[in-house]
Ligand binder design. Sequence first.
Ligand code: ADP
Ligand code: GLC
Length: 493
Amino acid sequence: MPAQLRILFVVAETWPLVKTGGLADVVPALARALVDAGHDVRLLLPGYREVEEAFAGKPAGRAFEVLPDLPHARLLRGRLPGYEIPTWLLHCAPLYDRPGGPYSDEDGRDWEDNALRFALLGKVGAMFGTARGLDGWRADVLHGHDWHAGLLPAYARFDPAVTAATVFTIHNLAYQGNFPAATAGVVGLPAAAMQPDGLEFYGQLSFMKAGLWYSDWLTTVSPTYARQVVTETYGQGMAGVLQARSGALTGILNGVDELAWNPATDQLLPARYSSAEMAGKARCKLELQDRFGLVRGPDLPLIGMVGRVTSQKGWDLLPEAVEALAPRQVQWALLGGGERELEASLAQLSAAHPGSVGLCLGYDEALSHVLIAGADVFAMPSRFEPSGLTQMYSQLYGTVPVVRRTGGLADSVVQATAASVQDGSGTGFLFDDASGPALAQALDAAVSMYRDDRAGWARLQANGMRHEFGWGRPAAGYAEVYREALAQRRNGD
Ligand code: ADP
Ligand code: GLC
């Protein structure tokens, strides 16, 4: 067996301490799978107020200076609840001890000092990669996730004391952490790095670009998205940088954390079930209909959707699809929070269809489980989707996904045809155009099968429930990437 690696994940969120999206689901599950494969994986994340209250970490050493222009910080040491992964919280009250979310205040406005908040995280992460390390531990590989950890590879590159290799994972290229150019001085990065072959992005300092440019190896969360990000259409302005780095970019599809997402053991459901015994799913459906104010009816086709309410996820395509499917007596359960204008249009849609379009605005972890279990069909009409997790959860819960053929959706759902349903590979429905009619047509095909071909539908459900979405295979892919990064690091010296 290859030598065990010491790997530090530098992240802004992780389940079960703080979660706004799929990144939080990925972090502990991937860490756990790497631990199971024999590696020593640890986490570093900011000590936001609610996280510190829930974590009960022990102070590890004194407060220390990280950068001259930033407040002092200290580490709190503990273990991630439920996963037992050794975890450090980065304690720095002036930057993290406040009410609100990890990135924005209670009204959804980004924190004005986000550049400093996440620069501190990246810089302390890099300190773990020096020969001395921090708190008695040093990393072989520093693994930063998304723009919040984007400066980590830059600090590692510019500090000769850092010997660790760096890996940077793109979970979502749309969030880039771009700040005024003058930020470079404040966060202690050389002015000379503010150039196109470096941190500069259209006159700003970009955390995302720093991650893309300075890391030894890059990954993103599905093979299809890895091919898409080098194109102008999906590159979010970063296609050129990604083309330049495409020799060190690997796409690895996310897995499912079966500790949190398994219908046979899920304590957040009113009843549990498996492909051998599906009665519990019918109970979940009744509960879902009640919770969303829908007419009770075990045989009414129920379409669910859960996610951040942003244009990425295609919520704006729903009104047309709802109107198109209205004659078919379809029900909808919609759960999400995000952009105010989109939320308002969903509220209008729900008001116009009482009893058949149920809407719950906000974030509700328990309800998301009931929805994914109770619905018959799960809609995901994303304009782009790096990986997506809910289409995988829904398959394991016997809820048939209807998704746009893009990114990780294309890599995790197989079109249902007479042949694929029979041979066990078909698991859902895909469509190409990001339009209301294309979504409606794919949903219509799913609803027709649900209504008219119960045996075929049951097979389709069973195919999804049997699918192997575990983290073992992706974790082996990451282990490979870490070795590539270490080789790259050695070559660069
Ligand atoms: P993304 O990371 O782009 O938001 P993913 O599909 O990877 O999309 O992951 C989203 C995660 O966040 C899933 O675990 C999903 O259930 C959860 N989620 C998103 N919105 C909500 C919400 N309003 N309430 C509860 N859970 C939500
Ligand atoms: C991002 C992406 C999503 C992915 C998640 C975890 O938020 O939008 O597709 O599943 O990160 O990698």
